[in-house]
Design a protein around this ligand. Structure first.
Ligand SMILES: [Zn+2]
Length: 382
């Protein structure tokens, strides 16, 4: 099968983040095994989802992991001109959900199998395909751990094929989404002097977050990123029943995005300490006062590859793009970086098209990516 046929097959599985991905992962497994390559599945506890990894080439240190995710974002509410789960080709563009983010890259990896399995590889090339990336990069940590356990030989590099128009991406901010709930006391607004408004208390917390961002911006900067500092932002808030009722419950959701010099946990520790302080203070007046913080997913670490790391030179060489940049979106690259691999994002298609109606990649990008992976095979055969 050529890369386009494989992509057509892959986009036909409408696996959204959170859904069972067994249909697509079993198809991929059978496809890889038809080339005589053994694969390993890493199922979740309920066995409703699975990641897959395999190794092609010798059992020696120094290999490279090609990483992709099998889930996509929803199409609900988007105005598509064609069926999002059928690959439609028009003027060199290939339309479908996941064509760019990021089944295009998986299709390129699979299309390289005939070359890979015939090559005289001196160092191994691994595939690592996950699920539930789009809802917080949930499966990658277990997949990475399983790879380390399965193969005692250490891979050195990881190339994560998120759509980057095949430009090497060496940095991204770490990210985490948080929900904060505040429980106050209900009552008539005229009695606010003896009640605790959850809205008023939430405002203090939100102002703390904003001030924290200002402090972080003064303290540390990394000019590879725009803005060059860590950010905190409240994106949703709800609470209150009526103007004349003291609000007894407020909920807001916020995100933290950190440059590699900052850590998400340190910011959380500071915020949680402030919450505790407020609780102790307010409980003197109303013992039922509570602030509950819930992480909406485990924190996704930053990607912080140095310009001088060998993975950058390697990716520049095989991609033909002699530049590097950073991105704003979350990706499993941060988790591979944290696990000790020199990691880089470099994949076909543009992030501009990802997550939108009429998502597409181009035939040219796919062909270039296949060439890139073939060059990688040559590099690893020398
Ligand atoms: Zn993606």
């Amino acid at each position: 099968m050529n890369v386009e046929d494989i992509l057509a097959k892959l986009v036909h599985f409408p696996v959204l983040g959170g859904d069972s991905n067994l249909s697509i992962i079993h198809w991929i497994k059978e496809y890889i095994e038809s080339f005589g390559v053994a694969t390993t599945l890493v199922p979740n506890k309920e066995e409703t989802k699975a990641s897959l990894h395999c190794r092609i080439g010798p059992a020696v240190d120094g290999g490279v992991i090609l990483s992709g995710h099998t889930d996509v974002v929803p199409v609900k509410g988007q105005a598509w001109d064609t069926d999002p789960f059928t690959l439609v080709k028009k003027d060199g563009k290939l339309f479908a959900r996941g064509s760019a983010d990021m089944k295009g890259y998986i299709a390129c990896c699979l299309a390289t199998l005939p070359t890979l399995t015939k090559a005289d590889l001196k160092k191994p090339i691994y595939f690592a395909f996950s699920y539930d990336e789009e809802i917080g990069c949930l499966a990658a940590p277990e997949l990475i751990e399983h790879i380390k356990k399965t193969y005692p030989e250490d891979a050195t590099y990881a190339i994560i094929g998120e759509p980057s128009s095949l430009e090497p991406v060496i940095g991204k901010k770490g990210v985490c989404y948080v929900q904060t709930e505040v429980n106050g006391s209900a009552g008539h607004s005229s009695g606010i002097h003896k009640e605790i408004s959850a809205i008023h208390e939430s405002t203090r917390l939100i102002m703390w977050l904003e001030n924290k961002m200002k402090l972080l911006a003064q303290e540390k900067q990394d000019h590879r990123f725009e803005p060059p500092h860590s950010t905190l932002h409240v994106g949703q808030i709800s609470g209150g029943v009526a103007t004349n009722i003291v609000s007894d419950y407020t909920r807001f959701e916020w995100d933290v995005r950190v440059i590699p010099k900052d850590t998400i946990q340190t910011i959380f520790d500071d915020f949680f300490a402030f919450c505790k302080e407020r609780e102790e203070e307010v409980r003197k007046l109303f013992p039922g006062f509570k602030i509950i913080n819930t992480l909406l997913h485990p924190p996704v670490p930053a990607l912080d590859t140095k310009e001088t790391d060998p993975i950058v030179a390697l990716t520049k060489k095989i991609s033909g793009n002699n530049t590097w940049r950073t991105v704003a979106y979350a990706a499993e690259a941060g988790q591979f970086h944290e696990a000790g691999y020199q990691s880089i994002i470099c994949g076909p298609g543009s992030i501009e098209q990802a997550h939108r109606a009429n998502e597409f990649t181009t035939q040219e990008q796919l062909d270039k990516c296949v060439v890139m992976l073939q060059k990688l095979v040559v590099e690893f055969s020398i």
